[in-house]
Design a protein around this ligand. Structure first.
Ligand code: NAG
Ligand code: NAG
Ligand code: NAG
Ligand code: NAG
Ligand code: NAG
Ligand code: NAG
Ligand code: NAG
Ligand code: NAG
Ligand code: NAG
Length: 672
């Protein structure tokens, strides 16, 4: 018992250290200004502003223009963004205080001049927004969505926009085709202002000035709109009210403009832009008052109570968490030492140490969860927590009670467990094997559950979701990120193969993107061994993994799924693999490259990666590489590629579009 209270004492020391730290406020400020957007070798412009989707710098107008009218796709149904390239601190995460900012810009919305393609069009395009978004590489949807939101992010997307809307979309609550709206994480405006009331017509073709001021500590938003061709700061705001932006901000965000067109078109020009922001940050130092001696004198229970309270009020800085963990680890070691000593001398009872005290587990070690713990983590496996599902079961989002950390919970379906003659013991064994496999590009497993005739696997939660949502949604991943995803996936898979393990379920929805958009492979393993020896199965499946990797590569480059539904009036192949091989035969591989990536793409690199993808789809004995060779080819771009056959191989190995992920499907096809 002595050792336990010693342990508590150390524990309270840690929390005291955190709570008695003192706060030193500093101001984090940012200011930038663009007099115009003339692009005559202005390298700063390219460096400081990121254009996404249909956007360009227009030299003759000196503007940031959306859409890019020189695209061959035309200017209907286009979405574009121009963002300041560097993240700006807009929220203090500890106090949840938003930054104060002021931005002024001038813009001009002109009716489209390309009247030939717009038969009945005289009403202008969709509109423009000043936007604050969490990333600098996605574009939202065109039309009434104003390029603001996209499918990949749905409800969790943090964004703030002030829209200058020139189309009436009653489904989004628009009052008319000439209004300003304030949008908080949603395309439906929280506030709308009819600017006809103040004598402004947004799309009259004149230059307009806008001023947006936000007072972070007081949470007051103030929007002003000048009269046409008038730069004078208007004395009266069109909007000035309390508005809490903090729920819609991350600590760091990107700012800029978005605009879109739909059936109706309009050219949106930003002619100049100023932005400045100030946010307070707190540096926390451990207080000198906190000394071990003082704490040792304090009553243990009292301090733990007090610290629990203060811990609720304040979030400790990560540095202190680190210090705390070290102290904690030390405490555990010391406590452990005392207990074992105590046990040796006092008793030789058979109860295990774990039974005597609940000693904290090392955070990384996978463990067994109870069914009730996972049930409450997922709100009784509620439908609203479903992240996805496949033939093997359903994925839920969960929040663990112990520390509120988010997890992804895979509940294997009864059907899967029954129909595949599954032996639960083997499945659990496999989970345990997998749980020892750790690599930066493999999704870590937190633990498992076997209760109530169920088998559930618990993984780390990956905030940015699965790759398919990014590739096939309206958002656009730029080439550099796509290339990195391909390399990450190859590294993860190669590591699995090097451990004589196979993934057996390679598809875009098994690839997840973490906060920094590193790709991690999930959903691997869990296919029950057949009668064949493990060795044999491993070889068959590894080779199938390489094939599937090749298809994923093509999906990443093309931004389209392996099998597409037939669209009317489209002559292109709907099977991506056939399409890619045909393009190879006719030497038109460029045509596969996803056009939404715009001009910011290293085509040579993309074609090489596509060729590597095609190599992976060759028959096994006709040149399909191993993952090790693939990794080598991807990381060493100088290394010459093995030559691809001039024409498409005859017996291209078929794949199942529904991809059941069952290795058995391959066992027969591969023996061909
Ligand atoms: C930080 O900014 C606030 C408000 O703008 C100001 O009152 C304060 O003096 C500034 N603090 C420092 C250290 O500059
Ligand atoms: C502008 O850039 C082009 C290509 O980078 C270069 O050839 C040209 O000399 C530059 N012009 C000026 C005025 O710097
Ligand atoms: C605009 O479109 C043209 C034609 O497709 C293209 O050459 C140009 O690079 C695009 N501009 C930008 C900034 O993407
Ligand atoms: C930006 O700031 C500069 C100087 O601070 C000012 O001259 C210019 O008018 C401002 N631009 C806009 C669009 O307000
Ligand atoms: C907007 O304001 C104009 C001018 O005051 C008015 O005619 C119009 O009815 C208003 N529209 C709405 C939807 O309130
Ligand atoms: C744009 O179209 C509207 C509606 O037809 C019209 O009132 C306005 O004058 C046009 N503006 C320009 C610059 O052509
Ligand atoms: C927009 O229209 C106005 C008036 O017709 C014209 O003076 C101006 O040059 C046009 N601006 C753009 C960017 O097309
Ligand atoms: C755009 O036009 C097409 C055909 O003209 C029509 O089918 C479609 O519903 C229109 N879309 C919108 C959003 O009005
Ligand atoms: C510690 O606190 C408990 C309950 O608050 C109290 O009963 C006990 O007397 C205290 N011990 C000391 C040494 O202050």
């Amino acid at each position: 018992m002595a050792s336990i209270s010693y342990f508590l004492l150390i524990f309270s020391f840690f929390f005291n250290l955190v709570s008695s730290s003192s706060d030193v406020p500093i101001n984090v400020t940012k200011h930038f200004s663009f007099k115009d957007f003339t692009f005559t070798n202005n390298s700063r412009l390219v460096h400081d502003l990121k254009l996404l989707g249909s956007a360009k710098f227009s030299n003759e107008k000196g503007s940031l223009q959306i859409p890019n009218e020189s695209q061959e796709t035309g200017i209907r149904h286009q979405a574009g963004r121009g963002l300041y390239s560097f993240p700006i601190r807009l929220l203090d995460p500890i106090t949840k205080t938003p930054a104060s900012f002021r931005t002024t810009f001038s813009f001009q919305l002109n009716n489209s001049t390309t009247s030939a393609s717009d038969l009945s069009d005289n009403g202008g395009g969709s509109g423009l927004t000043f936007i604050i978004v969490p990333d600098e590489f996605t574009v939202g949807r065109p039309g009434p969505w104003l390029a603001m939101l996209n499918d990949a992010c749905e409800s969790d997307y943090k964004a703030v926009a002030v829209e200058f809307d020139t189309r009436m979309n009653p489904e989004f609550g628009d009052p008319n085709d000439n209004h300003v709206g304030i949008n908080l994480g949603s395309i439906v405006s929280t506030k709308v202002i009819n600017v006809s009331d103040v004598g402004v017509s947004l799309k009259d073709g004149f230059v307009h000035h806008a001023w947006i001021d936000y007072d972070g500590p007081r949470r007051i938003m103030d929007v002003r709109l000048g009269l046409p061709n008038d730069e004078v700061y208007p004395s009266r705001p069109i909007f000035s009210e309390f508005m809490d932006l903090s729920p819609f901000l991350n600590e760091y965000m990107f700012v800029g403009f978005t605009a879109s067109t739909g059936n109706h078109t309009q050219i949106h020009n930003i002619l100049s832009w100023n932005f400045s922001s100030t946010s307070q940050a707190f540096l926390r130092y451990p207080s000198s008052e906190t000394c071990q001696g003082k704490i040792l004198l304090q009553n243990t229970t009292e301090t733990t109570e007090a610290t629990e309270k203060s811990n609720r009020n304040k979030t400790p800085r990560s540095f202190l968490i680190f210090v705390g963990s070290v102290v904690l680890a030390l405490a555990v070691l010391i406590g452990f030492y005392f207990i074992s000593k105590h046990r040796k001398s006092a008793s030789k009872s058979k109860t295990s140490i774990e039974d005597e005290i609940h000693r904290p587990r090392p955070p990384n070690k996978p463990r067994r969860f109870s069914f009730s713990a996972l049930s409450s983590a997922t709100r009784s496996f509620s439908e609203i927590e479903i992240l996805g599902s496949d033939i093997r079961g359903v994925y839920y989002r969960g929040k663990l009670g112990t520390n509120g950390s988010q997890v992804a919970v895979k509940r294997f379906s009864a059907q899967f467990l029954n129909t595949h003659g599954s032996d639960k013991k083997r499945l659990l064994k496999e989970i345990k094997v997998i749980s020892h496999v750790r690599h930066p590009n493999l999704l870590p497993i937190r633990g498992w559950c076997q209760d109530n005739n169920e088998i559930i696997a618990v993984y780390d939660f990956v905030p940015n979701g699965s790759l398919d949502k990014w590739l096939f949604g309206a958002g656009v991943l730029p080439w550099t990120r796509r290339f990195k995803v391909v390399k990450d996936v190859a590294d993860g898979l190669n590591f699995l193969h090097s451990k004589q393990l196979a993934h057996k379920n390679m598809k875009c929805s098994s690839v997840f993107l973490d906060v920094s958009f590193r790709a991690v492979l999930g959903d691997f393993g869990f296919v029950l061994m057949g009668a064949e020896s493990k060795q044999f199965e491993s070889i068959v499946c590894n080779s199938a993994d390489v094939f599937e990797f090749g298809v994923i590569v093509l999906e990443v480059i093309g931004g389209r799924p392996r099998v597409e539904e037939v669209e009317e009036g489209r002559s292109e192949e709907t099977n991506l693999l056939d399409f890619a091989w045909n393009l190879h035969e006719t030497n038109e591989k460029v045509k596969l490259v996803d056009r939404r990536m715009g001009s910011l793409i290293n085509l040579e690199q993309a074609i090489r990666v596509m060729e590597i993808g095609l190599l992976c789809t060759l028959n096994e004995n006709k040149g399909r590489p191993s993952m090790e060779e693939v990794v080598e080819l991807l990381h060493n771009m100088e290394k010459p590629l093995p030559e691809l056959p001039r024409t498409r191989p005859i017996a291209l190995f078929p794949y199942n579009s529904a991809n059941t992920g069952l290795c058995n499907n391959y066992s027969c096809t591969l023996k061909l």
